[in-house]
Ligand binder design. Structure first.
Ligand code: SAM
Length: 188
């Protein structure tokens, strides 16, 4: 079985927009306890690689192609560790990062959007041309601006709430398909 109910969300997002393919390298941000890592590992198969990052420790998975990093994605040193682990361009960046909930919606929503922006920056650093991006964000006032920024970097963007998301939640996922430009790296 999967470690989280969230696993089914990634399955549904992948069914919708095909973001996981055999042999891919996938970076999963906010990966604990590891449900998305399990789905990603199945999607990329034994020839693929999955790198998961979270503030929390992630118990080892039975999949050999999964590597985990414990760190804060809002810190540059964590992003550097992720870049090192990837060792080059990646095919897909997914983020299910969510803040600790305070219950005050506007604060939680702003924090969620901040994490989504961090994920987007990381995606822009790591994704090669044609790469895909999935990011969770709580719906709210600045989401349309964020979506517009993502749209500039991908061939198209789709917003969706998977069936597996709780009815009462206001989370949505943006899927950026096919990164338009390859990242410029030092030395190029
Ligand atoms: N997709 C996961 C799964 O299927 O098991 C569930 C992810 S859970 C909804 C959100 C995660 O985001 C939490 O584990 C939390 O620790 C992580 N998170 C929140 N802020 C973070 C940050 N700044 N850096 C890394 N991870 C973060």
């Amino acid at each position: 079985g999967y470690r989280s109910r969230s696993a089914y969300k990634l399955k549904q997002l992948d069914d919708l927009e095909n973001v996981l393919s055999s042999g891919d390298t996938v970076v999963d941000l906010g990966a604990a306890p590891g449900g998305w890592l399990q789905v990603a590992a199945e999607g990329v198969g034994e020839e693929g690689r999955v790198i998961g990052v979270d503030l929390q420790r992630i118990d080892d998975l039975e999949h050999d192609q999964v590597e985990t990093i414990r760190g804060d994605m809002t810190e540059e040193r964590t992003r550097e560790r992720v870049r090192d682990a990837a060792g080059g361009e990646v095919d897909t960046v997914v983020s299910d990062m969510a803040p600790n909930m305070t219950g005050e919606y506007s604060l939680d929503q702003a924090r969620s959007l901040h994490l989504a922006r961090q994920a987007f920056e990381t995606a822009c650093e790591l994704l090669g041309s044609g790469g895909d991006f999935v990011v969770k964000v709580f719906d709210g006032p600045d989401v349309s601006d964020f979506r517009a920024e993502v749209e500039e970097e991908f061939r198209y963007v789709r917003a969706t709430t998977p069936e597996a998301s709780r009815k009462e939640s206001s989370e949505l996922y943006l899927i950026g398909k096919e990164r338009l430009t390859a990242p410029v790296r030092e030395g190029d």
